[in-house]
Design a binder for this molecule. Structure first.
Ligand code: GDP
Ligand code: MG
Length: 184
């Protein structure tokens, strides 16, 4: 079974753009308007020699009344169930919004690795925008520009490092391993 990587984030942060860049083909619809129907949400992708399946959870349309908020909550939950690694995408230009906080609250309940990436960091001047997102509590924030394909390598490195088979049990050098041997 291939590892599954899910992109989660509120509308308009650039999930589809990132998905397309990683897939290297324009398969899902990118639009300024949140809520546009997106068809393609799965793709096979490869980084270094790791093959994985990428999901754009923003493309999962749900027939609910309380549209956007409900959608992103359900999308986050689907990601938590299905994915091996979750990319939590935020908008590095907009700063933290209530919807980001909402998603963060849900993602804190998962034991799966969550990599937080701040998108739309299109140039060096914007790089300091990433610091605010440390407040969401998911550790290192990777600044990327999906539309300019900047720093996607760092993001994908972090993703594949967190695939279950690459996460080693980290024994401390000075940790003492004890084997208890004897008759029952
Ligand atoms: P989604 O709703 O999360 O899937 O977001 P989209 O991928 O549809 O992108 C929303 C808007 O953000 C579009 O107008 C994109 O062109 C724009 N966008 C995406 N990535 C970047 C980026 O790296 N930099 C900038 N400046 N805009 C971006
Ligand atoms: Mg989208």
């Amino acid at each position: 079974m291939k590892n599954i990587v899910a992109i989660v984030g509120r509308p308009n942060v650039g999930k589809s753009t990132l998905f397309n860049q990683i897939a290297k083909k324009r398969v899902s619809i990118v639009d300024d308007m949140p809520g546009v129907t997106r068809d393609r949400i799965y793709t096979d992708a490869v980084w270094l020699n790791h093959e994985f399946t990428l999901i754009d959870t923003g493309g999962i349309e749900l027939e609910t009344e309380d549209k956007i908020l409900n959608n992103i909550r359900v999308q986050a939950k689907i990601a938590m169930e299905e994915a091996d690694v979750i990319i939590f995408l935020v908008d590095g230009r907009a700063g933290i919004t209530n919807a980001d906080e909402d998603i963060a609250k849900i993602l804190r309940h998962t034991k799966k690795p969550v990599i937080i990436a701040a998108n739309k960091i299109d140039n060096l001047q914007l790089e300091m925008n990433v610091y605010e997102f440390y407040n969401l509590g998911f550790g290192e924030v990777v600044g990327i520009s999906a539309s300019n394909a900047l720093n996607l390598g760092d993001l994908l490195d972090a993703v594949v490092e967190n695939f279950p088979e690459n996460v080693e049990e980290n024994f401390d050098e000075d940790e003492i391993k004890i084997a208890v041997i004897g008759r029952p």
